[in-house]
Design a binder for this molecule. Structure first.
Ligand code: URA
Length: 268
């Protein structure tokens, strides 16, 4: 039997937006806007809306996808809340173990749970999106943001944001091997882009990639005969990991703008 396709959330929201809202107007849908503005993370926002605790422009709103704009007036439990918020980006030092997925069928824990466990109350109301993925056993720099546009910018292959990985490998890679990594390798999903490759120790390769394909570092090093033993990401763009494992810090505006090349603002 054919599986029923779930309607994507953006499509559902566009349908609800209906003809009343002009094309190109800066709109969002209620649940997502509450998460982005730090009022309530998405799952809690959905429950609050269903429970009739959210008013939009003076009326209780039970539609999760109701269109909202930056100037919409929203109340939660009778208290007026603003829907505008700055773009936040957090640097989190991922330990080995948790998955970068919302769902966790194996029960190993997610990075979202790990992040939430260390967030102060003023950041707990946001819905946090992971910027790209790291494998379960990979450690290091994982960025989070409340803004999906920032996430799209930072993960788009066209942005060419360099990501620096440190891999301890089997064997001792030669200069010739490093040259192959730099020049591009044929993988099953196509040739890899020009990359940076250098040795930090005889069996530790520093690989800098401007793309982020699935398991790319592991597949590249496997392809040149040096399977990865441990993998760590230490930088994205010009942002270098500088917090202890399991902890986070917000990035500064300069790190977001210059270090990651993002100039957008929330609601753009
Ligand atoms: N490449 C990999 O192989 N794994 C990661 O976690 C990140 C990049």
């Amino acid at each position: 039997m054919a599986r029923k396709q779930k309607t994507p959330r953006w499509l559902e929201a566009a349908r609800r937006r209906g003809p009343g809202v002009p094309e190109g107007a800066r709109t969002d849908w209620l649940t997502r806007a509450l998460g982005r503005a730090g009022v309530l993370p998405r799952a809690e926002a959905e429950q609050a809306i269903r429970d009739g605790r959210v008013e939009l422009d003076g009326r209780v709103e039970k539609d999760l996808f109701a269109p909202v704009r930056p100037e919409s007036r929203v109340r939660l439990d009778g208290v007026e809340r603003t829907l505008t918020a700055r773009v936040w980006a957090l640097m989190f030092h991922k330990p080995a173990g948790p998955v970068v997925h919302g769902s966790d069928p194996e029960g190993v824990g997610t990075v979202f749970e790990r992040l939430r466990a260390v967030l102060p109350p003023e950041l707990a109301g946001f819905e946090w999106y992971a910027v790209g993925r790291l494998d379960r056993d990979t450690t290091g720099l994982l960025l989070f943001s409340n803004d999906e546009q920032f996430v799209r910018h930072a993960t788009a292959p066209e942005t060419h944001l360099p990501k620096r990985y440190v891999a301890r490998v089997e064997g001792l890679p030669t200069e010739q091997v490093l040259g192959r990594l730099r020049m591009g390798l044929e993988l099953e999903d196509g040739t890899t882009r020009l990359a940076g490759a250098a040795l930090r120790e005889p069996d530790v390769v520093v690989l800098t990639l401007t793309e982020g394909r699935h398991h790319q570092v592991k597949r590249m090093l496997e392809a040149v005969g040096h399977p990865v033993l441990t993998l760590h990401r230490e930088a994205v763009g010009e942002v270098v990991l500088d917090v202890p494992e399991g902890t986070f810090r917000p990035l500064t505006d300069a790190e977001v703008a210059e270090g990651l090349g993002f100039s957008g603002a929330a609601w753009d």
